[in-house]
Design a protein around this ligand. Sequence first.
Ligand code: MV4
Length: 443
Amino acid sequence: MFDKILIANRGEIAVRVIRAAREMGVRTVAVYSEADRDALHTQLADEAVCVGPAKPADSYLNMPNIISAAVLTGSPAIHPGFGFLSENSVFASMCAECGIKFIGPGAETIDLLGNKIHAKELMLRSGVPVVPGSAAAAGVSSAAAEAERIGFPVMLKAAAGGGGRGIRIARSGGEVESLAEAVSKEGRLFFGDGSFYVEKYIENPRHIEVQVLGDEYGNIIHLGERNCSIQRRHQKILEETPCLSAELREKLGAVAVSAAKAANYKNAGTVEFLMDWDDNFYFMEMNTRIQVEHPITEMVTGIDLVKRQILIAAGEKNLSQGDVKFSGHAIECRINAECPDNAFAPSCGEIAFLLTPSGGLGLRVDSAIYQGLRISPHYDSMLAKVIVHGQTREDAVMKMRRALYEFVIEGVETNIDYQTEILNNEEFLSGKYDTGFLGRMKS
Ligand code: MV4
């Protein structure tokens, strides 16, 4: 086992990783920006190294500075968390070249799955169901013909896309060329890659993803699904598990394991599917990081995913599929510093008063905020994740309502009341909701 790891991240996920490491007897090194001198992750780690100014490009994305911090502190491994450098294959290679273990999949796997066209081609070859349509890159001039062949509506997607950037829906032939131009331009601008592809548009799908774990020896297991259909502008707001019958979970889980095997997948990953109301599912993409919503999977399986990540990176053999047992229902609500009454504009300032609802059976709050902390405009607006675990969905919903009722944050605006609205919504309570849910919810 590593005697020490460096955490190349900030906020709640950095704290989450530091906690796992400490429980394993592994020492921790935090990196922090000048804006994060007083941050919780900076204080909770055994050592902390300043890696640059507040702007992410100068600090949390500054690869030479972070590698230097690992070398100077004698850290044999780096956990990248999510966001920042977590899906950067150049960083993963740089770690390897410096003899530092990147806690995640190999650089080649990150590269392969980061390109949606290559990922889709791989899945097609491996028998994983993909959305009907072209796998190969389409050109602006051939896109309209592709779209006619597939049948409208279609979706145009940038090969390197993510976060809702570089995607357009085309409903008729006349608009394909200009939308293709736009997608290609966005791809070049945001990801340095103008290639794109065309596929059938699935109306009002559910976003269902499967957690997988692979070890260094090719043993891959799944840890069930998460329903992440409650999104606003491609930002997940609330996630829950389970959402499928045991039978469908086994089927989707087996497909997710095939997808991960095809990519020679190592460490924790997530296979994203679109699912329609006839339970047809289609591979969308694979995320090569630990995800924000991982705690709901931990709650229903009792498996600490971050500890598994560290153990796997250190060479430990995977659990077997039979070790994974599912129990009860878990929900996560993301608490953001934002103003729902003002187009969800980010809200900054000092946490003037804080009362965290953490207490009672089956309630967990993952967060890095404390009273007196200043919320900086430089970073993500997520302040906390409230995670509940109940025996049934109804129990979990009641527990989450209770937790949100108790949660007090003063000094910044939050979406706590907005989350409560979701939990009181009839469509949500029916459990039968899709990615159009928040757009329909009137508040
Ligand atoms: C789709 C789709 C329907 N059909 N692809 C949105 C972000 C990107 N990762 C993929 N996305 C979608 N791709 C086809 N062929 C609908 C979406 C989509 C969506 C997906 C998951 C969660 C929320 C969403 C909201 C709008 C659109």
